[in-house]
Design a protein around this ligand. Structure first.
Ligand code: KIV
Ligand code: ZN
Length: 515
């Protein structure tokens, strides 16, 4: 009988904790929709007590995403557990993930608790979670640096209090495959009861995927992973790597099955990269743009004769085909909507009209549009949309090696036109300054990333910015055949988000906490 490994995706929780990533509820929902299409079993949507925004995002996802179990992370405090349940309970199937640190270093320097207190916290947090739901996961944070006897005592207390999944986090990426595998085996042997063992491996030594696979070989039946290997510091095990290793080497994992629609992997990777602003390295396994590229003549010869000579993965099986769509500047709204539908991008009403409008503008300037282009256009429209926000009507720039670069913008807000111009260190800087002056929103660009959606000189430039306006940290994305225009659009979309966050400032604020 098939032995199923649960794919627990934590892109929206641990992945979102990567430095500089800040997703709003709409962006999280967009990623959650793609994760559901991908077929993840459990979707950790966030840490509800961390902020009002996180709570709201988890709740929106719990209300609207069908398919995966929706999970929220919680400390052991009873108030945290209740708040977490409030966020995830609208889901068809909901899970509470309770954690507490168990290593001497964390207990002394962070928790200021002794073993007796940690055990008591474990019991009370898990029991409280179990009052809400019978799907409760427990994690002893920094497990790989926790003395074995104490870890087993804590895990047993968690199971006795009602935990149904025991997750073993290698929080600091300290594990080595055979030693991590042995740890999983030890837990399974020593902790009595009915539970599933899970891995959560960080990549500080570049071993997160290897450690997760060692865990599965040792009997873990859940793996915690992130798309593109996002996560704290060097990241978590990459979903696409773990899944493809299981699929490509059944001889090493006899009978193991995962329920992932692998054809959706490349799209999930592109979407996450675009919304988080974390580009995918070119030679990244499975989803990198070079994962199926062959440079040397000998390799090219081999692959042309038979792709199996140098490829162990079928590019189409992971969605890496770069298909060209037949839409162009003469295509109508109907064909546009149908193509999006076929690609699984379900948008309607005003969002569809706005995306179609952008598509027409860009199709006028670009000869061919690919699936990836279309995804980027839709993502830009959905990500940047704010009711009553500022829209870019026109941008005029002057640059070059002579004279001071300058930009003039015309924005529209509530039907009124606002004009402003500014000088800058370059045309992009001038455009951003002009937008600041027109909108009255000040702040600092903390990151700026430009990439092309596809290859070639006519590729769409895709710009992602991170913007900090008085402590409100947002990202913005813009797309155009012209990189200065793409930058201005990205900056304006970030400014619009600041406007939206400020509008919500009346709402109750909660203290920021992170796991
Ligand atoms: O790395 C870690 O320990 C975590 C826990 C909260 C599971 O992310
Ligand atoms: Zn983690």
């Amino acid at each position: 009988m098939a032995d199923r490994v649960t794919i627990f995706d934590t892109t929206l929780r641990d992945g979102e904790q990567s430095p500089g990533i800040s997703l709003d509820a709409a962006e999280k929902l967009e990623i959650a929709e793609q994760l559901a299409r991908l077929g993840v079993d459990v979707l950790e949507a966030g840490f509800p007590v961390a902020s009002h925004g996180d709570f709201e995002a988890v709740q929106v996802i719990a209300r609207s995403i069908e398919g995966p179990v929706i999970c929220g992370l919680s400390r052991t405090h009873l108030g945290d557990v209740d708040r977490c349940w409030e966020a995830v309970s609208p889901a068809e199937r909901a899970r509470i993930h309770v954690f507490i640190s168990t290593s001497p270093s964390h207990m002394e320097h962070m928790l200021k608790m002794d073993e007796v207190q940690v055990l008591a916290e474990t019991r009370s947090g898990v029991s409280r979670a179990r009052e809400h739901t019978d799907d409760v996961e427990f994690s002893p944070q920094d497990a790989t640096r926790t003395p074995l006897d104490f870890m087993i005592e804590v895990l047993q207390a968690a199971v006795d209090s009602g935990a149904t999944t025991l997750n073993i986090p290698d929080t600091v990426g300290y594990g080595i495959p055979w030693d991590f595998g042995a740890l999983i085996q030890y837990v399974r042997r020593e902790v009595k009861g009915d539970y599933i063992t899970s891995t959560h491996c960080h990549n500080d030594l570049g071993l997160a995927t290897a450690n997760s696979l060692a865990g599965i070989q040792a009997g873990a039946r859940q793996v915690e992973v992130c798309v593109n290997g996002l996560g704290e510091r060097a990241g978590n095990a990459a979903l696409e790597e773990v899944v493809m290793a299981l699929r490509i080497r059944p001889d090493q994992f006899p009978g193991i099955e995962v329920g992932i629609n692998t054809e959706e992997l490349a799209r999930a990777s592109r979407l996450v990269a675009r919304l988080t602003g974390y580009p995918v390295q070119y030679n990244k396994a499975v989803v990198g743009r070079n994962a199926f590229a062959h440079e040397s003549g000998i390799h090219q010869h081999g692959v042309l004769a038979d792709s199996g000579t140098y490829e162990i993965i079928d590019a189409a099986a992971v969605g890496q085909t770069g298909r060209q769509i037949v839409l162009g500047k003469h295509s109508g709204r109907h064909a546009f909507a149908e193509t999006l539908e076929r690609m699984g991008l379900r948008i309607q009403g005003d969002a569809l009209n706005a995306a179609f409008q952008r598509f027409k503008e860009l199709a006028d300037r670009k000869v061919t549009l690919t699936d990836a282009d279309l995804e980027a256009i839709v993502a830009e429209e959905l990500g940047g949309k704010v009711d009553d926000g500022f829209e870019l009507e026109s941008l005029d720039v002057r640059g070059g090696t002579v004279g001071t670069p300058m930009a003039a913008v015309v924005l529209v807000c509530d039907g009124a036109k606002i004009e402003a111009s500014a000088e800058g260190d370059g045309m992009i800087d001038a455009a951003c300054k002009a937008i600041k002056s027109a909108t009255g929103i000040d702040g600092a660009l903390t990151d700026f990333n430009v990439s092309s959606v596809t290859e070639g000189v006519d590729a769409l430039g895709d710009v992602i910015v991170q913007f900090d306006s008085g402590g409100i940290k947002v990202s913005g994305r813009g797309l155009s055949t012209d990189v200065v225009e793409a930058s201005a659009r990205a900056f304006l979309s970030a400014v619009n988000k600041v406007v939206r966050v400020r509008r919500r400032q009346d709402q109750v604020r909660q203290p920021e906490v992170t796991p």
